[in-house]
Write a protein of this length. Structure first.
Length: 181
């Protein structure tokens, strides 16, 4: 349950980034700056401006000494590879699967369905189903077996409770290898 709450806190931070980009992007769109761009180009721009910065930021947070995004810090959780924080590449692969893939698949589904004529191509429905099934499968995996998600397994990472004080205090905090709830 702690991981879910931590993820929701992280999504509040992500929504802050979405709000900033929307505050800039919507006036540009209304002013006609994006006129003439096809939906594929708009999808690529959205990925570059929204998805990639979020995925990279999460990887940066998780690859630091504390190994925690803001939500994990609040809930005293850490991402660990063995007894230490994962490197940037490992954290990036985790977040590409966790955040990037479902988000990009969802965008692609919306764009396929929005541009489809009649009849709607089956690809749109397949992408739409995948955009929902993937996060649901991730969530379900938290309650099955060891509680490690597919993206944790692929990246060789475990999410554990931190036992020490916040890393903002001086010195290295003691670590726990106990799995998170």
């Amino acid at each position: 349950m702690r991981r879910i709450v931590a993820f929701l806190i992280d999504w509040l931070c992500i929504l802050g980034w979405v709000a900033v980009t929307a505050a800039i992007g919507i006036p540009l769109y209304l002013a006609g700056v994006t006129r003439g761009l096809d939906l594929v180009t708009l999808n690529v721009v959205a990925t570059l401006i929204l998805v990639i910065p979020v995925v990279v930021a999460a990887a940066v947070f998780e690859s630091r000494r504390r190994g925690a995004t803001p939500g994990k810090r609040v809930l005293h959780l850490e991402v660990r590879h063995g007894s230490r924080s994962p490197g940037f590449g490992r954290a990036l692969s985790r977040n590409v699967l966790k955040i990037g893939a479902p988000w990009i698949i969802g965008h692609a589904a919306v764009f396929v369905l929005a541009t489809a004529g009649d009849p709607t191509p089956p690809l749109g429905y397949v992408l739409l189903a995948a955009a929902y099934v993937l996060p649901i499968a991730y969530l379900a995996s938290l309650f099955a077996g060891s509680g490690r998600t597919l993206y944790d397994r692929v990246a060789g990472i475990r999410v554990v409770r931190s036992t020490g004080p916040d890393s903002s205090s001086i010195g290295e905090a003691p670590r726990s290898s106990a799995p998170a709830e």
